[in-house]
Design a protein around this ligand. Structure first.
Ligand code: EPU
Length: 336
């Protein structure tokens, strides 16, 4: 493992917040997690990070940041229909996606373009274009900090929900995920139900393939989302709120174009981006912080914004949505 003192977090968070942490440890081998537990690293303040693409630092971090940089993508089992791939937590999500595309493994291609590391994917059950990580996760392994015991959780035991899992609820800040086992399909199948995807696919005359779907998704993302190498941001800043049918119907009276997706009996999910948009905040900017003009769910740091400025800004957006619709939208981003 590598340990560094007084590290600038600028390149460890995609919001490009310029702050220091006391110590940063990069874990290069799975076994090193045991050493960290033995050395009582977790008895003082700590934070386990992945690619830093879902974090907003608001103050210097007076503790230890632990980043898994373990590597390895291994096929562990296969039958006629499926393949099981074990991936170390420190692998780049993007590298895993392209490994699957290159090997003709189906099921995960819609999640191309999402920044971050494989070990973070189960935590908030990342999702896009009608696919979620939970659709392909078979097992998550790691260490629990409170009990100092290793764990292996099946898909069911991970309690996946919309942008949620046991790792964000009951076991929050109590785990180090070391590897994830995925099950992918060897048989050709695609999820192309997302509105706009078929249209995008139609622009390319080539027959449907994993590469074609991935290219179409990347093209869609490029039209809506900022390039994180150019603008600080953390993807969707807010979660899409889930409300009762009654609340939805009442708001729809005033805003007939309101979009909703059924979730469960009597509940629907609204599009937070649309709410922010209808509330008139799309493209709104104060100093170095703004709502992205092409997708209102994204808040961007145009350069040099502090975490506190971004917090003050997102609260304004929240308030405006609340004043317009009576709905409290919650950050998806982890504010530290
Ligand atoms: N919409 C607007 N105005 C906006 C943004 C969206 O009217 O400014 C409308 C769109 O027209 C669309 C609806 O809202 O009808 C939903 O928009 P979109 O399909 O772009 O999806 P989203 O709900 O805004 C979610 C994920 C994204 C993911 C997309 C595509 C969350 C919090 N976000 O966004 O994930 O890429 O679906 O599947 O669920 C991320 O998590 O970082 C992320 C980018």
């Amino acid at each position: 493992m590598k340990s560094y003192q007084k590290v600038n977090l600028f390149s460890y968070n995609t919001f490009a917040i310029d702050l220091l942490c006391d110590r940063l440890i990069e874990v290069e081998k799975e076994e090193e997690v045991l050493q960290l537990l033995d050395n009582k690293i977790f008895e003082s303040e700590f934070l386990v990070i992945g690619g830093g693409s879902n974090l907003l630092f608001t103050k210097p971090f007076n503790g230890t940041i632990i980043k898994m940089v373990t590597k390895g993508i291994k096929k562990v089992k296969e039958d006629d229909f499926s393949v099981w791939i074990e991936v170390q937590a420190g692998e780049l999500w993007e590298d895993f996606i392209f490994y699957c595309i290159d090997n003709q493994y189906y099921g995960i291609e819609n999640l191309v373009g999402i920044p971050g590391l494989v070990g973070s994917s189960p935590v908030q059950n990342i999702g896009a274009y009608s696919v979620e990580a939970k659709d392909v996760i078979e097992m998550v392994s790691g260490w629990r900090i409170s009990t100092q015991k290793s764990f292996q959780l099946s898909n069911d035991e991970c309690q996946f929900g919309y942008r949620n899992s046991i790792f964000k609820s009951e076991w929050k800040n109590d785990v180090i995920i070391t590897k994830v086992l995925f099950r992918l399909s060897k048989k050709e199948k695609y999820v192309i139900s997302y509105q706009g995807l078929i249209e995008e696919l139609g622009k390319n005359p080539a027959p449907l393939s994993l590469r074609k779907v991935a290219d179409a998704i990347l093209a869609l993302r490029n039209t809506k989302l900022p390039d994180i190498s150019e603008f600080g941001c953390a993807g969707s800043f807010f979660k899409n709120p889930i409300v009762s049918d009654d609340v939805f119907l009442a708001i729809q009276q005033r805003f007939p174009k309101l979009i909703s997706y059924p979730v469960s009996d009597g509940k629907v999910k609204l599009a937070a981006g649309q709410l922010i948009d209808l509330a008139g905040m799309k493209g709104y900017r104060e100093g170095n912080v703004g709502v992205w003009p092409k997708q209102a769910l994204v808040i961007v740091n145009y350069g040099g914004a502090s975490g506190e400025e971004i917090v003050a800004f997102y609260k304004k957006v929240q308030q405006c949505v609340f004043d317009t619709f009576g709905i409290a939208i919650e950050p998806e981003v982890n504010v530290i």
